[in-house]
Design a protein around this ligand. Sequence first.
Ligand code: PAF
Length: 281
Amino acid sequence: MQVIQSIDEIKAFVRSVRGQNKTIGFVPTMGYLHEGHQTLMRKAKKQTDFVVVSIFVNPLQFGVGEDYQEYPRDLRRDSSLAEAAGADVIFAPQVREMYPQGYSTFVDVEKLTDKLCGRSRPGHFKGVTTVVTKLFNIVQPDIAFFGQKDAQQAAVLQKMAIDLNMNLTIQIRPTVREKDGLAMSSRNSYLNPEERAAALCLYRSLEAAKNLVDAGERNTGALKQKIEGLIGQEPLARIDYVEVLSFPELAETEYLKGSSLAAAAVFIGRTRLIDNIIVEV
Ligand code: PAF
């Protein structure tokens, strides 16, 4: 698997691929790949001719006191996982080339970023939209693939692509879960066995909310209460937020209508995990 670090080199590489009239699929990641990322790569490979995976732990999207330093990194492991999933090239730039001294340009999507993770992690989405814009400009993909686990990120990036007339399609794929339901995440590697068991409260509470919806519940307050109640029973869990909002607008509503997002962020010990479900009524 070829790993390219230089921006000029990947641009030239992608230009030559495009010169062969091939379409380009793009899977942006922060590495420490798992089955969720691999599923995105396989989808990309089915739908496009050439798949670029980026691996870049983006310092701009981490706040003070967050896990930028500890975020797991293993390029060798990632290369073989990406290759196994059919990726064609990895772009793994250096921080100093992405953000050279004096760097001063940012992309900011307003309103959608005021809530959920945006409220708990000020500046996070500005970091995400800035790096994703840079990556899109460098890789020039036809289709970029993201997971629904980061549902707010997905909504924000869709809005950014529309508002800025970006010349690509953003595709959001369903969350990939472990057998017992835990959403796959590179941060799951932080959990000790006791915390790993406790982390299941997220999925279980969201599933319970979905069952309520299937049984006819439409009140968003009742759904929130159910989720909070179940997570509250887990001694190792501390709720950051639980919200039920319209999707993708992320607007508060008293009753479910159309597509809605039930989302939770929970600290299990020191690890902050997020998960969500989308329900349609
Ligand atoms: O979802 C992620 O892994 C990151 O937020 C992304 C989109 C790669 C930007 O750094």
